[in-house]
Design a protein around this ligand. Structure first.
Ligand SMILES: Cc1cc2nc3c(=O)[nH]c(=O)nc-3n(C[C@H](O)[C@H](O)[C@H](O)COP(=O)(O)OP(=O)(O)OC[C@H]3O[C@@H](n4cnc5c(N)ncnc54)[C@H](O)[C@@H]3O)c2cc1C
Length: 409
C-alpha cells in the first residue's frame, strides 16, 4: 500500500466493488479500495440475490440492466463464470391492486424490451410444483430474470477491478475521512493512525457509512433495517433447483429456489430499524433480534398460505437476517457534497444492491469523473431531503416505514 492515490474507496461490499470496477474500466487513475473486513463478507454475503429486471421506476430498470451487462463483461475479462442462474421470474396477482401492479410491470417490461408473457394456471403449476395454482388470478412470467450468489458477484467486481489495476486492502479499517480547513477531501486516516492521501474519497461503507460522515457534519438519509428470509427443509421434488423465483405482492412475499429448498422472503408490517451507533464491526457479532423470526412468520404466513398451503407445517431449516440501508423515498444515495470537494458516496441500497449495484457503481463513477450520467442523478442526490439526523429515532422510523409492507421483488 502506498501513501498516496488518486482515489480511495471505503467499503468492499457490492457497492464499493462495483464502483471500483466502473472507475477502473474508465482508467480513472490509481485507486485503493479498503475494507475493515474481507471483501464481500458483510451485507453482500446475506442477500436473497434476486436480479429482478422489470421495475416501475425507469432509472432503476437501467441500473439493473447495467448489472447484467457488467456480469457479461466481467466473465469475459476474468475468463470465468460468475454463476448467473437464469431461472425466470413469475409475478403473481390475486387482487385488483396487485393486478394493477402487474399491468404496470408488464408495460415497463414491454417498453424496455424485456421478454414477458402472461401464463395460465396449468403452466404456473408446471413451473412452480409447490404452488396452489388456484390462488393465482394472473401470472406474469419473465423468462430472462435471474439470481446470482451475491458474494460471488461482489468478488467478481473486486477481481475485475483488481485486474484493471485497483489495489485491494482488506482487514484495514478507516477511522476517519480527512479534510482540509476549507473542507476539501485529502484522504483517510486508518485505525492505526496511518494517513493515506487522495483528493477523492468514496464512502461505500454500507450500514456504517453514516459513522464516517458524522464527524464531517453530514447525515446521509438512511438507516440500516432488518431484511430477512427463511429457508425450508429440502424437498427437491417440490422445490426443484432453479425453478422461477416468484414475487407475490398480495402476500408481501417472494420465493426463490435454493438447491432443493425454498427461500421464502416475507415483509412484516413494522420493519425493525437499527441505530448505526449500535453496529458492531462484523455483522456476525450483531444482534439482529432474530428471536422475532417466529412471531414475524406467524404474522406473515396467513398471507402466503393461499399459495403455499402447508406453510404452517413446512419444516424451516434456516433463517437469514441482515441489514438493508433504507431511505424514506426508497431510492439510492449516490453523489457528492458541495461543502466537501472530492467526497462522494454510494449507499442507501434499499434492498437492491445486488440487482442495481452495477448501475449504482456506474452512476457514482460518472459523477466522480464528470461524465454525462446515464440516469438522472437528481433522483439519488444525497441532500434531497435537506438536513437530516440519521441518529434520531424519528428519522430511523421514517426509513423503516419505507420498507414496512414492501411488496415488490
Ligand atoms: C436478507 C437480505 C436479502 C437481500 N436480498 C436482496 C436481493 O434479493 N436483491 C438485491 O438486489 N439486494 C438484496 N439485498 C441487499 C443487498 O445485500 C445490499 O444492497 C448490498 O449487499 C449492499 O452492499 P454494500 O456494499 O452497501 O454493503 P456491505 O456489503 O455491508 O459492504 C460495506 C462494507 O464496508 C466495510 N466498512 C464499513 N465501515 C468501514 C470502515 N470504517 N473502514 C473500512 N471498511 C468499512 C464493511 O466491512 C463492509 O464490507 C438483501 C439484503 C439482505 C440483508
Amino acid at each position: 500500500m502506498k501513501n498516496q492515490y488518486d482515489m480511495i474507496i471505503v467499503g468492499g461490499g457490492l457497492l464499493g466493488c462495483a464502483t471500483a470496477y466502473q472507475l477502473a474500466k474508465r482508467r480513472a487513475g490509481n485507486i485503493l479500495l479498503l475494507d475493515g473486513n474481507d471483501i464481500a463478507s458483510q451485507a453482500s454475503a446475506r442477500a436473497a440475490c434476486l436480479l429482478t429486471r422489470a421495475r416501475t421506476k425507469p432509472a432503476l430498470m437501467e441500473m439493473v440492466q447495467e448489472t447484467y451487462d457488467c456480469i457479461e463483461e466481467m466473465e469475459a475479462l476474468l475468463g470465468e463464470s460468475l454463476g448467473l442462474q437464469q431461472c425466470g421470474s413469475i409475478t403473481i396477482a390475486s387482487s385488483e391492486a396487485s393486478l394493477r401492479e402487474v399491468e404496470a410491470l408488464e408495460q415497463a417490461a414491454n417498453r424496455f424490451g424485456i421478454a414477458n408473457e402472461r401464463i395460465g394456471q396449468e403452466r404456473v403449476r408446471e413451473l412452480l410444483p409447490w404452488i396452489n395454482e388456484e390462488a393465482v388470478q394472473v401470472a406474469l412470467y419473465m423468462p430472462t430474470d435471474a439470481f446470482i450468489d451475491s458474494a460471488l458477484l461482489c468478488s467478481g467486481y473486486a477481481k475485475a477491478a483488481q485486474k484493471l489495476g485497483v489495489e485491494l486492502k482488506t482487514n484495514t479499517k478507516v477511522r476517519e475521512i480527512a479534510v482540509t480547513a476549507d473542507g476539501a477531501v485529502e484522504g483517510v486516516i486508518l485505525c492505526d493512525g496511518t494517513k493515506i492521501q487522495a483528493p477523492v474519497v468514496v464512502n461505500a461503507a454500507g450500514s456504517w457509512a453514516n459513522l464516517l460522515m458524522r464527524p464531517l457534519g453530514i447525515g446521509l438519509p438512511f438507516t440500516p433495517v432488518r431484511s430477512h428470509f427463511w429457508i425450508s427443509d429440502p424437498d427437491a421434488e417440490r422445490f426443484p433447483a432453479n425453478h422461477p423465483f416468484t414475487v407475490i405482492p398480495d402476500a408481501r412475499a417472494f420465493t426463490r429456489s435454493d438447491v432443493g429448498s425454498l427461500i421464502i422472503g416475507l415483509r412484516e408490517s413494522e420493519c425493525q430499524p437499527f441505530d448505526p451507533q449500535t453496529l458492531t464491526d462484523k455483522l456476525e457479532d450483531f444482534d439482529f433480534r432474530a428471536e422475532a423470526k417466529w412471531k414475524i412468520l406467524d404474522e406473515c404466513a396467513p398471507l402466503l398460505k393461499p399459495y403455499l398451503r402447508d406453510i404452517d407445517t413446512l419444516g424451516i431449516a434456516h433463517y437469514m437476517a441482515g441489514p438493508s440501508c433504507y431511505v424514506p423515498d426508497a431510492k439510492f444515495i449516490i453523489g457528492g457534497f458541495k461543502q466537501h470537494r472530492g467526497l462522494f458516496t454510494v449507499t442507501g441500497c434499499c434492498g437492491g444492491g445486488v440487482a442495481a449495484g452495477g448501475g449504482m457503481g456506474r452512476l457514482a463513477a460518472e459523477m466522480i469523473l464528470g461524465e454525462t450520467p446515464f440516469v438522472d442523478p437528481a433522483l439519488f442526490a444525497p441532500d434531497r431531503f435537506g438536513e437530516v439526523d440519521p441518529f434520531t429515532v424519528e428519522f430511523q422510523k421514517r426509513c423503516a416505514d419505507a420498507r414496512s409492507n414492501k411488496k415488490g421483488g
